[in-house]
Design a protein around this ligand. Structure first.
Ligand code: NDP
Length: 331
């Protein structure tokens, strides 16, 4: 039988395992023009939380009692499609199913390379592109500037920091454990790292790590962490708003400091972006990220969880920071 994970209930606040259900169905067979795919790796991502709500966003909501989808890598088990052969690996948005058929639309073949297969869900996939394009196209870094990155120990954050260093900037990361803070400095070349869970006065900690002020704030988390960074921005600062994970499980609209006076008096630019808005740049960005990886100028880390049944738990663990680097489930 073929295991499938469906949305059982819409989460209220922080999601729980009961919001998901593992069901089973017959393993499908490929018809003419189709391929049968066997899932190899599944990416769990914070944005999936938004799709579990019954509200329109940049992606339609998941339907109740239907499979959840996310970025995944799968192996072609059987092909009745001219463009694919058995043994090919593909990446794309797939259902949380062990096996599924596809007409190939929206799938990209992974051309065999030296890169680790799972890296196509991270540094060479959506999160790497988000880091590179969010920083370069919206953050507009200039040599010598100071970048602060929140969510720094995760898939996007670790890559943002390294690119910032490659471009000649000073980089400060904010993360949720001493272990991650140490890794940011030892493995990912950050100049400073702040543990937001143990720092009493985050605003002062950012000020002391950035005596020349903050020129770019790459925001992955929103909320109080961002309030503390915004209090330290320089004139003409750029603030790419990439994510707001600290707010995804809120059931009431939270209030905080009003940002307009800061943005106004600092002539700052705060700009949200969804990575698909920047798709025209994907080929050149992938080429650059691949080159940096091959030249060992950047590195990446992954937290690999084993087993199809553990996909929901791996997703939940994003909200408690159990991952270091990209969270991926291996079948
Ligand atoms: P991560 O790998 O960074 O995983 C999520 C991390 O968020 C956790 O490890 C945890 O680390 C941190 N976190 C969880 N809860 C909180 C909280 N309440 N306050 C502060 N930090 C928290 O995920 P990604 O790199 O995939 O994504 C990072 C952000 O970027 C997310 O907000 C995501 O939605 C967004 N994103 C946006 C895209 C776009 O197109 N705009 C595309 C991809 C991602 P810690 O130990 O530090 O708490």
């Amino acid at each position: 039988m073929n295991k499938v994970i469906i949305l059982n209930k819409r989460p209220h606040g922080t999601p729980t395992l009961g919001d998901f259900k593992i069901t089973s169905e017959e393993i499908p067979t490929a018809k003419d023009g189709q391929i049968l795919l066997k899932t190899t790796y599944v990416s769990v991502d914070p944005y999936l939380r938004g799709r579990m709500n019954d509200s329109e966003s940049y992606f339609p909501p998941f339907e109740l009692n239907k499979p959840i989808q996310s970025g995944a890598i799968a192996e072609v088990e059987e092909s009745k499609h001219a463009d694919f052969k058995k043994g090919d690996f593909v990446t794309g948005s797939l259902d949380w199913k062990e096996y599924q058929t596809s007409d190939g639309k929206g799938l990209h073949k992974i051309i065999s390379s030296d890169a680790k297969l799972s890296s196509y869900l991270g540094v060479l996939g959506m999160t790497g592109l988000t880091a590179y394009l969010g920083l370069t196209k919206i953050g507009l870094p200039k040599e010598g500037e100071t970048i602060v990155v929140s969510g720094a120990g995760g898939a996007v954050g670790t890559v943002v920091g390294q690119i910032g260093k490659l471009l000649g900037c000073k980089v400060v990361g904010i993360t949720g454990s001493d272990e991650k803070a140490a890794l940011l400095k030892s493995t990912f070349q950050f100049d400073h790292a702040i543990n937001y869970k143990t720092t009493k006065n985050l605003k002062e900690a950012v000020k002391s790590a950035c005596p020349e002020g903050v020129d770019i704030y790459f925001d992955n988390v929103g909320g109080e962490i961002s309030d503390a960074v915004l209090a330290n921005i320089n004139k003409y600062a750029r603030l790419p708003v990439c994510g707001a994970i600290s707010l995804y499980n809120e059931t009431e609209v939270p209030t905080g400091p009003r940002l307009q006076p800061i943005i106004l008096t600092k002539s700052a630019t705060m700009k949200g972006f969804i990575i698909s808005d920047l798709s025209e740049h994907f080929p050149s960005a992938t080429k650059q990220l691949t080159a940096w990886l091959n030249e060992n100028k950047i590195t990446f880390s992954e937290t690999i969880v084993e087993g199809f049944d553990n996909i929901p738990q791996a997703f939940l663990d994003l909200f408690t920071g159990k991952n270091q680097g990209k969270m991926i489930v291996k079948m």
